[in-house]
Ligand binder design. Structure first.
Ligand SMILES: [Zn+2]
Ligand SMILES: [Zn+2]
Length: 340
């Protein structure tokens, strides 16, 4: 039996290819592709700017599947499940310390090894989380990016009712803002240069902000009676945003870095020290899928309106092309198996 897959042969060249259908070994499930989200990291793989990806590669790390066969966990059979794409080594310092999200040898499906854009494939049961009945596919498929946002919010240790600034109204920044507002009762200011993205932030209950460092500082000063933000999240990957973050953070607060800068950047270390800021990196997530699926099931976060485009599996190449050309208006693109 053959099965089709979406292969990124090299930067700029995505094509459908035939593969041999896998069978499930002990501890594995045979699954069928249902829906996948495409994100900024897929785009950098497509553009050839990702430091992590190798070619050729089957993309897909935000994936919803149907479980066809799971002899070691029969209750999963016939259910939908989301895929946790992380493959930590299990024996490095971070893994042994319970932080597999920043494993020294971390591999991610769709990045370092083949991902979920395959009609059928076998996957270890530990990567599968069953999706509650009745949850729309367009909600469930966003569980993976929501785990990334969830982890960043956890890292921030923001208290209920806190005031946060989030740089970057991409999917992760918007999901962070939605979690802050909907699940933590916080006020979230979202900073971006794109007006459409900012109105989306507003639709999620966040307060949109735009402007240079002086204007942003004024706005946050006014909104906090001069206390400044309890937490600043950098989710844009823009060096200017990371620099400005130190200006908007209150004394003795946390700065969470979750956006990928292209390389090392300059920050104002004097302000950092004077305010005694804690700078926290945030990468992937740790055991966040169960909580995230509950937040989605309970409707505290509904990320489905971040989806701007749908493409069929056979048309995955157009999805990357659209994302490449319309990065402003295309926010979250979803690929479906066309069976819905
Ligand atoms: Zn992603
Ligand atoms: Zn490890």
């Amino acid at each position: 039996m053959t099965t089709r897959k979406v292969v990124l042969e090299r930067p700029g060249l995505l094509r459908l290819a035939d593969g041999v259908e896998e069978s499930a070994a002990a501890g594995e499930a045979l699954v069928r592709f249902r829906t996948a989200g495409i994100c900024g990291s897929d785009l950098s793989a497509y553009r050839g700017t990702s430091p992590l990806v190798s070619y050729p590669r089957v993309l897909g790390h935000e994936v919803l599947v149907d479980v066809l066969q799971a002899s070691d966990c029969p209750t999963l059979e016939g259910q939908r499940a989301v895929l946790d794409p992380m493959i930590p080594c299990g024996y490095c310092r971070a893994c042994r310390a319970g932080r597999p999200n920043c494993c020294v040898r971390l591999q991610v499906m769709g990045v370092h090894v083949d991902g979920g854009l395959r009609e059928t494939f076998a996957v270890n049961l530990r990567h599968l989380y069953p999706v509650p009945e009745g949850m729309p596919d367009d909600v469930a498929v966003l569980a993976e990016p929501l785990t990334v946002a969830y982890h960043a919010v956890q890292r921030s240790a923001i208290a209920a009712g806190g005031i946060a600034v989030v740089f970057g109204a991409g999917a992760i920044g918007l999901l962070i803002a939605r979690l802050l507002v909907g699940a933590r009762g916080c006020r979230a200011f979202v900073v971006d240069v794109d007006a459409d993205r900012l109105s989306m932030a507003e639709g999620l209950g966040a307060i949109p902000l735009q402007g240079d460092e002086a204007a942003l500082t004024r706005a946050v000063t006014d909104a906090t009676d001069g206390d400044m933000a309890d937490v600043v999240f950098e989710a844009s990957g823009n060096p200017v945003a990371t620099r400005t973050a130190t200006a908007l953070a209150g004394h003795g607060t946390n700065l969470v870095l979750v956006g990928w800068n292209r390389g090392p950047i300059e920050v104002d270390t004097v302000t950092l020290m004077r305010k005694e800021l804690t700078v926290l990196g945030s990468r992937n997530s740790v055991n966040a899928f169960p909580a995230v699926l509950r937040l989605l099931a309970d409707g505290l976060v509904d990320p489905s309106h971040l989806i701007t485009h749908h493409f069929a599996f056979d048309d995955a190449a157009s999805a990357l092309d659209v994302l490449d050309r319309n990065q402003g208006t295309a926010l979250k693109i979803v690929i479906t198996n066309g069976r819905r």
